[in-house]
Design a protein around this ligand. Structure first.
Ligand SMILES: C[S@@+](CC[C@H](N)C(=O)[O-])C[C@H]1O[C@@H](n2cnc3c(N)ncnc32)[C@H](O)[C@@H]1O
Length: 435
């Protein structure tokens, strides 16, 4: 009989810290992990997580509170030694660090410290930490090296890190994340998954040949992958969304691409497929912006604050639009990956219709399957963030790690854990001095 602790012969077990709606968890589950526990302090995100992960214990609360920490740690141990501790702790202070500061000492980075403490306490077989790519180059890489050092717990873990783009793993969006993977030192060297490289190829094509994809030397095969609707390794905005052109509660046609077939598996209807209403002024502006364009494509007369008699929002100087940066009025391009999603409903507008994206379309751009429901807790639940239900669902979607990237990370870790036979949970590790 196989050793019940041997990861080669049983389901792998993971815990997800700062789990949000569960984008990272969704990918880990698809890669073969059971999510034994998750934690988040946003009641709406927890409602979504419970809906989609009924088997998981969801700890709702601030992880820096001792009682919440204890509940999480106890739940993480219910199946013996944890295989994977995963999460993306929000870091407030990293961008203001000075040369000799240590990330872990800054009280504003207490959530990061919490992750490191739990790593030390739970001693999982593997760990996965993801964050915004800005950390990568900070102070010439010092911050990244500090994180590697903290996570290694003085040599007990081997850590590897790198910037990965979700678009290189079948997400219809260019979205970079800085990723740290660690394996307990007795289990081998961790490896990051390798993506297609399509995001860099597309960037090159747009820069060097004004978007004529096939004319960039050496990239043609890769870009053909992107153009093939039946190849889900690289997915354009159109390949992701073309079956959802008509908003409403039901699908109006069959899936048209490999990606659409994948995301519609197990879903009878597209939940949340109603875009926000837009003003007439916005529709007129969108009409004047080509797919792939933004506010910089507008002629002067459409940059006026009010185009008709209707007055809306704070007046500003009353003459010109106040939002005039690169991110304003961005329209998707059907043949490219989508712009990087943020937590707002207007992070991008549709390429074929003068409208914003429904929550379901935003979720597709993040690579969520359609069966994944994004919901909110009942109105008035204590701890709910301001802004209301609509803001909340776009925030939950925009905050997520794209599941296709999470699948690739989960698979890379699972392969290594299954190749390295488990050790009895009681076997002592080299004592850590990371207290
Ligand atoms: C970037 S989001 C995580 C997204 C998630 N990994 C996913 O893939 O969907 C960060 C999350 O941290 C949560 N958070 C922030 N501070 C927290 C705290 N002190 N305790 C628990 N959760 C916290 C937020 O509510 C938010 O959902």
């Amino acid at each position: 009989m196989p050793d019940e602790l041997d990861p080669a012969h049983r389901n792998l077990v993971a815990a997800d810290l700062f789990a949000g709606a569960g984008g990272l968890s969704e990918g880990l589950r698809a890669a073969g992990f059971d999510l034994v526990v998750s934690v988040d302090h946003d009641p709406d995100a927890c409602a979504t997580y419970r809906q989609n992960f009924p088997e998981t214990e969801v700890v709702e609360g601030d992880l820096t509170q001792p009682a919440v920490h204890e509940r999480l740690a106890a739940a993480a141990r219910t199946r013996g030694t944890l295989d994977l501790l995963a999460g993306g702790p929000p870091c407030q202070a990293f961008s203001q660090m000075r040369n000799h500061d240590r990330l872990i000492d800054d009280p504003r980075n207490r959530l990061y410290r919490e992750f490191v403490c739990l790593l030390d306490e739970l001693r999982p077989r593997a760990m996965l930490l993801e964050n915004v790519p800005g950390m990568n180059q900070l102070q010439g890489g010092v911050v990244r090296r500090q994180i590697e050092e903290d996570l290694s717990l003085r040599g007990d873990y081997i850590i590897t890190s790198g910037v990965l783009d979700a678009g290189d793993f079948g997400t219809p969006q260019a979205r970079e994340r800085l990723v740290f993977i660690g394996l307990r030192a007795d289990l081998g060297e961790p490896e990051l998954p390798r993506g297609t490289g399509v995001v860099a190829a597309l960037r090159l094509a747009r820069r060097e040949s004004a978007g004529r994809l096939y004319e960039v030397e050496g990239q043609a095969a890769l870009l053909r992958t992107l153009q093939d609707p039946q190849d889900a390794r690289a997915v354009t905005a159109h390949q992701a969304l073309s079956d959802l052109l008509v908003p409403g509660p039901a699908y109006t046609g069959e899936p048209q691409t490999a990606f659409q077939k994948q995301v519609r598996r197990g879903s009878r209807a597209p939940q949340g497929h109603l875009p926000s209403r837009i003003r007439e002024d916005t529709a007129r502006r969108l009409d004047a912006i080509p797919p792939g364009g933004n506010i910089y494509d507008l002629p002067d007369d459409l940059l006026r604050r009010y185009l008709g008699d209707a007055k809306w929002g704070p007046a500003g100087n009353g003459k010109l639009l106040s939002r005039r940066h690169f991110y304003a009025y961005r329209r998707l391009h059907p043949d490219w990956l989508a712009w990087t999603a943020n937590t707002k409903a207007d992070f991008a507008y549709h390429y074929a219709a003068p409208r914003g994206l429904s929550m379901r379309e935003a979720a597709r751009i993040q690579g969520f399957p359609d069966r994944f429901q994004i919901i909110t807790a009942p109105r008035g639940t204590p701890g709910q963030l301001s802004g209301g239900a609509r803001h909340s669902i776009y925030r939950q979607v925009g905050n997520a790690v794209p599941p296709p990237l999470a699948i690739a990370l989960g698979r890379a870790i699972a392969v290594q854990l299954r190749a390295a036979p488990g050790l009895p949970a009681s076997m002592p590790l080299a004592a850590s001095a990371a207290a």
